[in-house]
Design a protein around this ligand. Structure first.
Ligand code: COA
Length: 171
């Protein structure tokens, strides 16, 4: 099983390549423009507050990425992170997505976050199963939340509280 660790600058190319697989497949995100290593480095620059993790196989190659970004800029939402998980297509279905998301919840807990959220395409069974296995609840469905290649798509809102950090929320 690959090792999960915090991402480093040297991982930026590999993370971008894995993210771009997901973008190209049109099953994970409304994004259509490929990401560059520079885009990833901008995320890594904020990793102390919004952790970025990778799964590295025994030979050191990166086969998965999970990261947090801000949910909203308002102070009242400071402890809410929006998560992404992408596994290299050659490494999927072997438990890696679940391990990455579990590790990301722990990293968010250490950062003081009280909630993680995401929006998942309603047809993305692997992602919905992964979220369920990691303790996420399905809040509801945003209908026709965006168009991808001309098709309106519904997304499932998922959330997971980190109860021990609720007390740190601004009053
Ligand atoms: C979604 C993704 C991250 C899941 O990672 P993974 O390593 O393939 O998934 P895992 O092996 O950890 O499996 C997690 C759960 O999904 C289920 N699952 C995995 N692949 C599946 C598939 N193709 N169809 C249905 N369920 C699937 C597993 O059975 C498991 O559920 P369980 O714990 O109830 O048995 C990965 O498939 C991926 O990178 N997909 C493309 C990008 C993407 O969709 N990212 C999510 C954006 S919201």
């Amino acid at each position: 099983m690959p090792t999960i660790r915090h991402a480093r600058s040297a991982d930026a190319d590999a993370i971008a390549a894995i993210y771009n697989q997901g973008i190209a497949e049109r099953t994970a995100t409304f994004e259509t423009e490929p990401r560059s290593a520079t885009d990833i480095l901008a995320k890594l620059a904020r990793a102390a507050r919004r952790p970025q993790l990778v799964a590295a196989s025994a030979n050191g190659s990166v086969v998965g990425w999970a990261g947090l970004s801000d949910y909203r800029p308002r102070d009242c939402y400071a402890g809410i992170g929006e998560f992404s998980v992408y596994v290299d297509r050659g490494a999927r279905g072997a438990g890696l997505g679940r391990s990455l998301l579990e590790a990301l919840v722990e990293a968010a807990r250490e950062c003081g976050d009280w909630k993680l959220v995401s929006r998942v395409f309603a047809f993305n069974r692997a992602s919905l199963s992964m979220c369920r296995a990691c303790g996420f609840r399905e809040v509801g469905i945003y209908e026709k939340h965006g168009r991808l290649d001309g098709c309106w798509l519904d997304v499932v809102i998922v959330e997971r509280l980190i109860p021990e950090n609720l007390a740190s929320a601004p009053p």
